[in-house]
Design a protein around this ligand. Sequence first.
Ligand SMILES: NC(=O)c1ccc[n+]([C@@H]2O[C@H](COP(=O)([O-])OP(=O)(O)OC[C@H]3O[C@@H](n4cnc5c(N)ncnc54)[C@H](O)[C@@H]3O)[C@@H](O)[C@H]2O)c1
Ligand SMILES: O=C(O)C[C@H](O)C(=O)O
Length: 331
Amino acid sequence: MVKAVVLGAAGGIGQPLSLLLKLNEVITELALYDIVNSPGVAADLSHINTPAKVTGYLPANDGLKCALTGAHLIVIPAGVPRKPGMTRDDLFKINAGIVRDLATGIAQHAPKAYVLVISNPVNSTVPIVVEVLKKHGAFDPKRVFGVTTLDVVRASTFTSSISGAAPQGVRVPVVGGHSGVTIIPLLSQISPRHNFTHEEIEALTKRIQFGGDEVVKAKDGAGSATLSMAQAGARFASSILNATVKGEAGIVEPSYVHLDADKEGCAQLRKLIDGLDYFSSNIELGPNGVAKINSLGEISEYEKKLLEAAIPELKTNINKGVSFIADGSKL
Ligand SMILES: NC(=O)c1ccc[n+]([C@@H]2O[C@H](COP(=O)([O-])OP(=O)(O)OC[C@H]3O[C@@H](n4cnc5c(N)ncnc54)[C@H](O)[C@@H]3O)[C@@H](O)[C@H]2O)c1
Ligand SMILES: O=C(O)C[C@H](O)C(=O)O
């Protein structure tokens, strides 16, 4: 039995993500939870002839508990998206409480599950989930992930439009966090190798950092990235399942995690990033979630400057999430 749960399943990301998870044949049960519409989405998906049995839950009748019980993997795209002119941090006011309440449900009903956080601002919502799990004695740093896959998906696409490489074969490590200047593409480490000019590096870095804004602007008030996010979220979920259920070795994905997930490995990384507790880096996945957090390797002078600019903002974002729970947001 492999149960996957989507919290916020009726939304712009939730629906296509649930579709892609229904197509993943490792999953035998797919539970969809939302405050609206989830039974309808579940009924629709349930007609697809793949193994997962699909169920839909609303808050009534212990819906969250029923959705979460027995979960192996939980993906959270619940919450409001940006409108033009907003930063991801502007979403904190609404999304922090939503994520806190869902995390409380996870701590109570699925404390051993792998938790994949999509809801923005990811730099703060991941610390919120962690602090709630800690309060319930249910925190394992190897099992909580901020989903930053869309940043590397964008990096592959945008760089290949200049280098001419096939986008699906391009890997660019993107480290740091998931908002504006905290998104740090390491273009010096692109694979296959390509030497961009300095002007190209500057333009590509900006585009990767602010790729989300392109979609927000184009959707003109109707939300942010949903379809590309669903693909990225399904890719990350599939990697977690392949590592933790199928036991596949050597899977590496970027993710924003608590660095206690690999205390020894991160000693050097922590020095580089001024003692931050959270950072997104390439993660080697294993049968229990995070197996190893890769350090940054050799980075260029330009990338060192990007890192310097990211650290203060990351610190503020992380503290904001931690304080939200510490300062008595009720559990
Ligand atoms: N990590 C990333 O790379 C990334 C990418 C894109 C979007 N996002 C974020 O994902 C979130 C969702 O975006 P969207 O476009 O799907 O928004 P949306 O408004 O289309 O969908 C959100 C869904 O969450 C549901 N919801 C609200 N409160 C809930 C609760 N308490 N419990 C369960 N469900 C609840 C809503 O009913 C809705 O169906 C936003 O915060 C957005 O910023 C993150
Ligand atoms: O840009 C947003 O607000 C959504 C998401 O974080 C993205 O990167 O597309």
